[in-house]
Write a protein of this length. Structure first.
Length: 127
């Protein structure tokens, strides 16, 4: 289960704009102000959301422009790539690989399966 957040937005520190997530609006604002962030654009989300959902919501509001919008788009792209990468991963055990093993395969069988049965076998060095 992914972590959810109730506050999201952007903050600029030393000229670099980043997307920020939190569950406590006031606490996060205090930390960002203490660290010298200016401007800070945080919004309360309508419900607890994952980072991807929160980024989609921020993008749909239309409140963020310029560097803020660019930071949101970049972070959304990054999170979408991460989600896709993890989507296709499957744990494969050695037992599963060994169960696929077929001992009775010959060179002729491989040539038949690949469609190269018309190849003259006398030219191949087959042990």
């Amino acid at each position: 289960m992914e972590k959810t957040y109730t506050v999201a937005g952007t903050a600029t520190q030393y000229g670099i704009t980043k997307v920020r997530f939190a569950n406590d609006f006031v606490g996060r604002m205090k930390i960002l102000i203490k660290n010298g962030c200016d401007p800070i654009n945080l919004v309360e989300l309508p419900e607890a959301m994952t980072k991807v959902d929160a980024l989609k919501y921020l993008k749909s509001t239309g409140e963020f422009t310029g560097d803020d919008a660019y930071a949101i788009d970049a972070k959304l792209g990054e999170k979408m790539r991460e989600a896709k990468r993890g989507e296709f991963r499957k744990e494969i055990s050695l037992e599963e690989i060994r169960s696929r093993k077929v001992d009775d395969v010959t060179a002729t069988d491989i040539l038949e399966q690949t469609g190269f049965i018309d190849v003259d076998l006398s030219e191949l060095e087959v042990d």
